[in-house]
Design a protein. Sequence first.
Length: 183
Amino acid sequence: MHCPSCGQQQVSNETKFCSKCGMPLGLVSDVLAHGGYLPQLAELHKKRKVFTRRNGMGFSLIWCLFFLLIMAPLWGILNIEELAGASAVIGIFGGLIMLISSLMYLPKQTPAIDASQMGHAQGNFQMPGQIMPGQQYGSLPPQQSIPVSMYDTPRAGNWRDTNDLDPVSVTENTTKLLTKEDH
């Protein structure tokens, strides 16, 4: 196991603190032991919330249909036209207000993560290459080979002596000049 903060490799998975930076590693070992999920968080997600965006949109649709298709004709049959018109207005504008407010203020419904979806807890942990067999993760590129015959020994005209590329020594020229002056 490696420290997520500094990358230091730990002696064992039971290490509580990083030996290099001191980061607490108890939670990291729990996450690794349960396949990337914490059971405590799975329990929190099991609880369904009543007031979600989807439920608000459904309620606004039911509100609109109830007041338009049931209450307005009922008041029309009973010859109470004021209530028929009021129920139509309440149905349309009330439904629109609830739809807009549920889209703006209510949270999205998060899917529940239960223990059966935790692959490692059930022993079904798969490597990335097994999840999507069409893609290869961490593999080398296809083998490329160049035949040995491509690498011939250099021909006489193409070879350069490395002495031609080295600069001439300054002391060598001055020594030659000094020896010429002495003679």
